[in-house]
Ligand binder design. Sequence first.
Ligand code: ZN
Length: 136
Amino acid sequence: MAQQRPPRMTGPGHDTFWEGCGKGEIRMQHCPDCGHRPWPVVTSCEQCGSEKLKFERVSGKGKLVSWCTFEQSYYGDLLPVPWDTIIVELDEGPWFISNPKGFTNAEAKLGMALKVSFLDCEDQHGAFALPVFEPA
Ligand SMILES: [Zn+2]
């Protein structure tokens, strides 16, 4: 059964990202002019201003660079606390905020190898696949 979640960002670019997640892929923008890989989704390159950004599949692999546990409830029953959140440095460079799967923040180790997995979720926009990260 799909987990209920707070509303995600949707619209141009974001929809391309979520479509990829539905197919088991993380798709991120890449700038053909300077090589930068912006994240989150932008309308023009934050390094060179190019508007030629293209979405590409990334590996879904990375390493744990930070984590925290929310003790304050911001979403009531949607996200009961304590709520573990992590930051993954993807192999392609961007830092990605996510949730741990298969481990808790009490077991987190700086630099641990992680790979993406997808959870069936639902928000006010409908069903979607949420990228989370598990030990590689
Ligand atoms: Zn650029």
